[in-house]
Write a protein of this length. Structure first.
Length: 336
C-alpha cells in the first residue's frame, strides 16, 4: 500500500483501511452509510464549502455537507451503488406506475399551495379522488405538477441533498420530467398527441388564444415529443433510464457544489447502464442508438421552451387569469 493509502481520503486522518473502494477510515465509512438513511436533509455548509478542501487543516470537521462531498469525490457512491439493469428497472417502473396512479386516481389534500411550499422536502399526502369528482385541464395540470414533485422527492439521491439543494433541483427538473413522462404514456397508448387523463385537453378550453392565433405552437407542444418517440420506437426500459439520466442533469442554478457532484455522479452511473443496455440489445449499433436516444433531450428542451412561450402569451394577452399560487410561482420561475 503506497503512502497515499495510509491516509483516509475523506477526513485525511491516518488510516490503512479500505472501504467502498477507496482508502477510508471506519468513521467516514459509517458516516457515509448514515447519510443514506438520514430522516432529515443534510445541513448546508456555512463556510462556502471549504471545510474539507485543505488536507493539512480541516476548517470545520463537523460539516456533514463537506464531508459528504469528499465521499462523492472519492468515488464511494459509484463503488457502493453498483446498479444493475435487472435491479433498477423494476424500481423505476414502480415509481412511474405510482406517479401515474396518483395523477389519475388521487387529488391533492390542498386546493392551493405556493410553488415554494410544494418544492419543500416534506412529502405530499394525496387522498383518493371521490367517484363524483371531475377534473378539468387546470386540475390535471395541478396534479401533474404535484405528482411529479412527489415522484422526484422519492428518488434516493434527492434524500441525500440539503433542503436548499433539493428545492433548487425540484424547481429545475420537474417540468422536463413531466413533459417526457406524459409523452411516453400517450405514445405507449398509441395516441398521436399529448393529452391529460380522460382525454382532457392540455390547453384550457376557456382560453382559446393558443389554438386560434398560435396553432403551430399548440401542435408542437402536443405532437413533437410523440413524433420523436415514435420515430425511435423507444422501449419502456430506454424511457426509464433516459428519464432518470435527464433528471440528473447537473445544470441546476443555485445548487451547491456537493449537490451538483451528486447529480453528476448519478447521471454517469445511469448513462453507463443505458449504454450497456444498448450494447446488449443492439450490438454493433449500440453507439448510434445511444446517441439517438440522448437526442430526445433536445426535443424536451424545445417543448419546454414552447411551454414558456405559452406562459408568456398568457401573461401578455390574458393578464386577468387568476392562476393558483403554484402556477404563478412556476410561471415566474419558467420565465425568469
Amino acid at each position: 500500500m503506497d503512502e497515499n493509502q495510509k491516509t483516509c481520503h475523506i477526513c485525511y486522518k491516518p488510516s490503512r483501511l479500505f472501504n467502498y473502494g477507496v482508502p477510508c477510515c471506519n468513521a467516514c465509512k459509517m458516516f457515509f452509510r448514515r447519510v443514506k438513511t438520514f430522516r432529515t436533509p443534510l445541513r448546508e455548509c456555512e463556510n462556502n464549502e471549504i471545510c474539507y478542501k485543505n488536507a493539512d487543516e480541516i476548517f470545520y470537521y463537523d460539516c456533514k455537507s463537506c464531508r459528504f462531498q469528499q465521499c462523492i469525490r472519492a468515488g464511494m457512491i459509484e463503488n457502493q451503488e453498483k446498479i444493475r439493469f435487472f435491479d433498477i428497472i423494476p424500481i423505476l417502473h414502480q415509481l412511474e406506475i405510482e406517479k401515474r396512479n396518483i395523477l389519475e386516481n388521487y387529488e391533492a389534500p390542498f386546493k392551493n399551495i405556493s410553488f415554494e411550499e410544494v418544492t419543500d422536502t416534506e412529502p405530499i399526502q394525496f387522498k383518493p379522488k371521490s367517484l363524483d369528482t371531475r377534473f378539468n385541464s387546470y386540475d390535471y395540470a395541478f396534479m401533474t405538477h404535484t405528482s411529479t414533485f412527489d415522484y422526484l422527492k422519492k428518488l434516493d439521491f434527492v434524500k441525500m441533498m440539503t433542503s436548499s439543494d433539493s428545492k433548487a433541483f425540484l424547481k429545475s427538473s420537474y417540468l422536463n420530467c413531466a413533459i417526457f413522462s406524459t409523452a411516453m404514456h400517450c405514445y405507449s397508448h398509441k395516441m398521436g398527441f399529448i393529452t391529460f387523463p380522460e382525454g382532457i385537453d392540455i390547453f384550457p378550453t376557456d382560453i382559446d388564444i393558443i389554438p386560434i392565433h398560435f396553432p403551430r405552437l399548440e401542435l408542437g407542444i402536443k405532437c413533437r415529443m410523440i413524433g420523436k418517440l415514435s420515430e425511435l420506437r423507444i422501449t419502456q426500459e430506454e424511457f426509464l433510464l433516459l428519464n432518470i439520466i435527464f433528471i440528473c442533469n447537473p445544470d441546476v442554478p443555485n445548487m451547491s457544489e456537493t449537490g451538483l457532484l451528486l447529480l453528476n455522479c448519478h447521471q454517469k452511473m445511469y448513462s453507463s447502464l443505458l449504454l450497456k443496455y444498448c450494447q446488449m440489445t443492439y450490438q454493433h449499433n449500440a453507439p448510434s442508438r445511444f446517441n439517438d436516444l440522448l437526442s430526445i433531450c433536445h426535443v424536451i428542451s424545445k417543448t419546454r421552451q414552447d411551454t414558456s412561450n405559452v406562459a408568456l402569451i398568457f401573461q401578455i394577452y390574458k393578464p386577468g387569469i387568476k392562476w393558483r399560487d403554484m402556477f404563478k410561482g412556476a410561471i415566474d420561475f419558467l420565465l425568469k
